[in-house]
Design a binder for this molecule. Structure first.
Ligand SMILES: [Zn+2]
Length: 629
């Protein structure tokens, strides 16, 4: 059994889970499931990154401790991964003792080895990014990421002697062409390394920042959040010497988004080298999701709740779309139209239809059992050969994290089998007793095709694969080694399986409402247009006026599992104390917007006429988060 160790990024707890996070995690989960089916001993790690200025600031703003904020948001990530069926083996939090212990041990070892020194640092600092920017990176005197003014800070800090590893790192990357992949990111890293590599400031003075892991050799400083965070990949395995570490670390691979290439491809290998720990095998880098052309990112608004799509279309459809639509490494655009298009074409038409046709034919024409072989003609051979090729193609694609290619290959096979049904016409063969042998061959081929699909689809569509396997009476652990043609025992029972992926009717309209409706100037809309608006019950837990605004109140509302800030234009009608504790109705899926410098994530519904205004509330009690339809 080969060990296989895969990590997602650890997600920063100043944020709620969004599509970018979900993609990284789904990719890692699909890979972990593939390697498990392939027979590897797999360890999948995810978790949360919980230290640093941004958490301290966000917590202070919300009036809670950094630990409380970390607990809240870490739980939100964990709940999201559970709801998405992510098969992680471990969930690390950087505020855990087991992590701090390893970080401090590595820092102490580097200090003892003379790899760390005390120096002075002055520079332009962005509090949002928690980093200094070089003159070259600054855009119009502002942070290139946040486009906000930078602050000049000068202070004594500890530095890691990263510069001395520049030549060694270039050499390593050149000798291991797939150390960073796909290739575009390897080139990007080599591009960074054409400029001189500076030493890395790895500490922050405690008078400026308390929220971090204290340096073991100087408790007036805490560890820089990146230096702390990267070590999670090692600390989660118990660190050097731990049996789990010794088993899995030599097979380590990381999955990250392209925004964090530099720390992972440059800082991290140098840190490992200095600490005498072997390097990871591969850094697998994916691109950004855009939403209608706009970036979905960590600290910028425009978030998509991963769970909203999961709830609406199901886990498998959501996984399929993101894995199939994004060419791993490149950017892709997320739209509901594209989503529904793929669901209908690939899942409902191609796969769902095949499963329904094939199982129905076996039940109706074969008495619900896999028949005794039948003689194989070139038509059946072609299906078997197509599968052998697809299996090899999927293996090659998965070796490179090319999920889109793996799925395209599997769907080629689905197409081959669908065409085989059309050309072999089992329903016609069944009408002629003399063609019993041909009918048996056709039904056997269909049963065999579904059986191997039931294994190949496990990493990508775990729920659908399970349903297919159940319909075919396959109860053991799915193994790629069994995805070999001709292993289906004659006489095995088969059940009909239809509606695996129901079609989404995007032109669905509902009956018109009874009685005349006053439409005035507003045109009528279809029910599915209304369905795009996600209305939810929200409990107002805090409210404060926005300075400089007569009209706006800043509300902190609870939607049950999450809390968010909503800015509402009700200050002339409600004092903060009047609205706190009320259960109101908000538009929950409104794009984030900045109002007087505050990001609002949603809109409170209110009625107004003739200068009077009333916020909509419920006339009996329901928990926050309840959907309004
Ligand atoms: Zn910034």
């Amino acid at each position: 059994m080969t060990a296989f160790y895969l990590t997602t990024p650890i997600y920063y707890v100043n944020d709620r889970p969004h599509l970018g996070h979900a993609y990284s995690t789904i990719v890692a989960d699909a890979m972990a499931r593939y390697r498990r089916v392939a027979g590897d001993d797999v360890w999948l790690l995810t978790g949360t990154d919980e230290h640093g200025d941004k958490i301290a600031q966000a917590a202070a703003k919300a009036g809670i401790t950094p630990q409380a904020m970390a607990d809240q948001n870490s739980a939100a990530f964990r709940a999201t991964w559970q709801a998405l069926g992510i098969s992680y083996n471990d969930y690390i939090r950087t505020t855990e003792e087991r992590h701090k212990k390893v970080v401090q041990a590595i820092l102490q070892a580097l200090w003892d080895a003379g790899e760390i020194y005390l120096g002075t640092y002055g520079g332009n600092y962005c509090f949002g990014c928690e980093r200094f920017y070089t003159e070259k990176e600054i855009v119009d005197g502002k942070c290139p990421d946040h486009l906000t003014p930078l602050t000049w800070i000068e202070e004594q800090n500890y530095f890691f002697k990263m510069s001395k590893y520049q030549g060694w790192l270039i050499d390593h990357i050149e000798r291991h062409p797939d150390f960073v992949r796909p290739e575009r990111y390897r080139n990007e890293v080599l591009g960074f390394l054409r400029d001189p590599l500076t030493d890395l400031s790895i500490s922050r003075p405690r008078r400026r920042l308390e929220w971090g892991i204290p340096l073991p050799f100087d408790d007036q400083y805490v560890t820089y959040v990146w230096f702390d965070a990267l070590i999670n990949y090692v600390s989660a395995l118990g660190g050097p010497g731990d049996p789990r570490f010794e088993k899995f670390w030599p097979h380590a691979q990381h999955v990250i988004g392209k925004d964090i290439v530099k720390p992972h491809a440059i800082y991290w290998p140098c840190m490992l080298k200095a600490a005498g720990i072997s390097l990871y095998q591969h850094l697998n880098v994916h691109g950004y999701w855009t939403l209608g052309g706009h970036k979905i990112s960590k600290s910028v608004g425009n978030l998509v709740e991963a769970l909203a799509f999961k709830e609406k279309y199901g886990n498998d459809a959501f996984r399929y779309f993101v894995l199939r639509e994004m060419v791993f490494g490149l950017d892709a655009d997320f739209s509901e139209e594209a989503f529904v298009g793929r669901l209908n074409a690939d899942l409902a038409n191609d796969l769902g239809n095949l499963v329904s046709r094939a199982t129905t034919l076996i039940v109706n024409l074969g008495g619900g059992k896999v028949p005794q072989g039948g003689s194989v003609t070139p038509a059946e051979e072609a299906v078997a050969e197509a599968f052998a090729k697809v299996k090899a193609d999927v293996a090659a694609a998965m070796d490179e994290f090319a999920f889109h290619r793996a799925l395209a290959s599997i769907w080629e096979f689905v197409g081959v089998v669908n065409r085989y049904v059309d050309t072999s016409q089992p329903w016609a063969l069944a009408k002629d007793a003399a063609k019993k042998d041909r009918l048996d061959a056709a039904l056997t081929t269909l049963a065999e095709s579904l059986r191997v699909l039931g294994i190949m689809l496990v990493p990508f569509l775990p729920d659908a694969a399970e349903k297919i396997r159940t319909a075919l009476g396959q109860s053991g652990e799915p193994r790629l080694a069994d995805a070999v043609w001709g292993r289906f025992a004659a006489g095995a029972p088969v059940q009909r399986l239809s509606g695996l992926f129901p079609r989404i009717d995007d032109k669905k309209t509902s009956a018109s409402p009874a009685g005349p409706v006053e439409t005035a100037a507003t045109p009528r809309i279809k029910i599915d247009e209304f369905g795009k608006v996600e209305l939810r019950v929200a409990e107002v837990i805090a409210a404060e006026p926005l300075p400089k605004s007569k009209k706006l109140l800043k509300l902190m509302v609870s939607l049950g599992q999450e809390q968010r800030t909503v800015v509402a234009g009700i200050a002339e009608h409600y004092a903060p104390a009047d609205i706190v504790g009320k259960k109101v109705v908000i538009v929950a899926n409104l794009e984030a917007a900045k109002l007087m410098g505050v990001e609002s994530n949603g809109m409170v519904l209110a009625a107004s006429i003739g200068g009077k205004l009333a916020v909509l509330t419920l006339d009996r009690d329901l928990p926050p988060g309840a959907k309004v339809t």
